[in-house]
Design a protein around this ligand. Structure first.
Ligand code: BUP
Length: 459
């Protein structure tokens, strides 16, 4: 008998940065004839997550859906954080065992569970009991993954993050400057830190680690972790990125697209800090000054709350009317969800001022768009260094974490000019785009890795 394609269940974690890559992978598997089951936690934190899940399912009628209720955390039950996404990570982990019956009774039987790193510790015992192989999906850079995987070792030494040190050493990879370590990691009892450390300890039980990155983007770090130099008990490291996007052009309000159509090639700076970063009102003002000072055209996606449902402020309350007036031919400021895909592939876009959320980095890499990195939290400073090293962008280290200090409009303006006028960078970024295309094309390194995993899982 000929082998038939596997049945893969995918379990994402909270936040668009986690959901997006899992939906993309689900779509790729579905188009490779796998049976796909998408498992989602309900209720989701943001409106963007629920609308993307519905949209994905409407585009993929063959994909099965299991929705499970998360057992909510008690409000204010955790003294170390009130971040709704972190609380949802914890609640999801606590609730994963509820999936046991539906996973056990699935038909055809599930060949593998592909689950987010942030649920690694809770899915491992379920998968083991059911005898189903579990692959972990890393939605960040390989370099930041190394830091998370090595975190239990670092936490066991109280001096690892001491302020007297300038860098953190992880075997096999280049040292991480201390300021790039996410501040919560310095507190072992922080909810996020303890969750990540617990998940890291479960990695060795997985069958493999699928990563949304590609060999040519992080060659040294990938070589180190693959050869066991970082930790010697990790399963195979499987870079399969950049993950292909499935999102077709949306009909939703995209009034900026006709405007972009009328701008010269590579003349517009696209500004976005992802779905979870709200800049302070003072920083919003400085950024507006910076954009205006730079003299470049811009498309700016503005968010004022961590969770989209709370974002109620209007543009006119955030920016001076005179700014909006003076720049009305030079730029567009938009609120709400945009299709970043459509924007990044638009020929008018010449640069990307961004927080270095890893999905944004992989999208910019694929399109070969030069980035100005301005990390805001979590993995983003480590990602910024990766971006710089890969030749995809520039990073002004002294700006620090975006949420900490205030960067002046003058400095922002200068840096934007540097981004837009650096022809060498533009060439390097284009090359990154070519390499990304090669990796994901037929016979490319990332494509081959995914094909091999699926062949292995065929029944
Ligand atoms: Br905002 C926004 N439109 O308006 P990241 C984001 N995106 O398509 P984050 C849109 O969401 P984490 C919008 O293209 C990317 O695929 C964007 O993920 C898309 O950053 C995704 O870039 C956002 O990883 O998540 O949201 O900060 O903190 O988990 O990295």
């Amino acid at each position: 008998t000929t082998a038939s394609p596997p049945h893969i269940a995918l379990l994402p974690s909270a936040g668009m940065g986690h959901l997006t890559p899992l939906l993309r992978l689900a779509s790729m598997l579905s188009s490779r004839s796998c049976t796909v089951t998408l498992i989602t936690a309900s209720p989701s934190v943001s409106a963007a997550e629920s609308s993307h899940i519905s949209f994905f399912l409407s585009q993929h009628p063959l994909v099965k859906h299991i929705e499970f209720q998360v057992i909510p955390s008690k409000p204010y039950s955790n003294p170390t954080t009130d971040d709704p996404f972190f609380l949802q990570f914890e609640a999801t982990n606590r609730s994963v065992r509820l999936l046991y019956p539906s996973l056990a009774s699935a038909s055809p039987p599930i060949s593998a569970i592909f689950s987010d790193f942030a649920v690694a510790s809770s899915i491992a015992p379920v998968a083991a009991d059911l005898g189903i192989p579990n692959y972990i999906i890393s939605t960040t850079s390989c370099k930041f993954f190394c830091l998370m995987a090595y975190l239990p070792v670092l936490l066991s030494d109280p001096l690892s993050f001491s302020s007297g040190l300038s860098e953190v050493n992880i075997p096999g990879i280049t040292p991480l400057p201390l300021p790039s370590i996410p501040p919560p990691f310095k507190n072992p009892s922080h909810l996020l830190t303890s969750l990540i450390a617990t998940d890291a300890q479960a990695l060795s039980k997985a069958k493999g680690i699928l990563m949304n990155t590609f060999d040519d983007f992080e060659p040294e770090t990938l070589a180190a972790i693959k050869s066991g130099r970082v930790l010697d008990n990790l399963p195979p490291i499987l870079p399969i990125g950049p993950l292909e996007t499935f999102e077709p052009k949306k009909e939703q309000d995209q009034s900026y697209l006709p405007w972009l159509d009328s701008q010269p090639a590579e003349s517009v700076v696209y500004v976005s800090f992802g779905s979870r970063t709200a800049l302070s009102s003072a920083q919003i003002r400085e950024l507006s000054k910076g954009l205006e000072r730079s003299g470049y055209r811009f498309l700016w996606v503005l968010k004022t709350s961590k969770v989209d449902k709370d974002d109620k402020e209007e543009l006119k309350d955030l920016l001076e009317e005179s700014f909006l007036d003076r720049t009305k031919n030079k730029g567009r400021v938009v609120k709400g969800w945009v299709s970043q895909q459509d924007i990044l592939e638009h020929p008018a876009i010449g640069g990307f001022l961004n927080h270095c959320g890893w999905n944004s980095v992989m999208e910019a890499a694929w399109k070969g768009i030069p980035m100005l990195a301005w990390p805001q939290h979590m993995d983003q400073s480590v990602n910024a260094e990766v971006v710089e090293k890969a030749g995809l962008g520039i990073w002004e280290r002294k700006w620090g974490w975006g949420l900490e200090g205030l960067v002046s409009g003058e400095e922002i303006g200068k840096k934007i000019v540097e981004l837009m006028e650096d022809e060498k960078l533009r060439g390097l970024a284009r090359k990154v785009g070519e390499n990304a295309g090669k990796a994901t094309g037929i016979g490319g390194k990332s494509e081959k890795v995914l094909t091999e995993v699926l062949e292995y899982l065929e029944k």
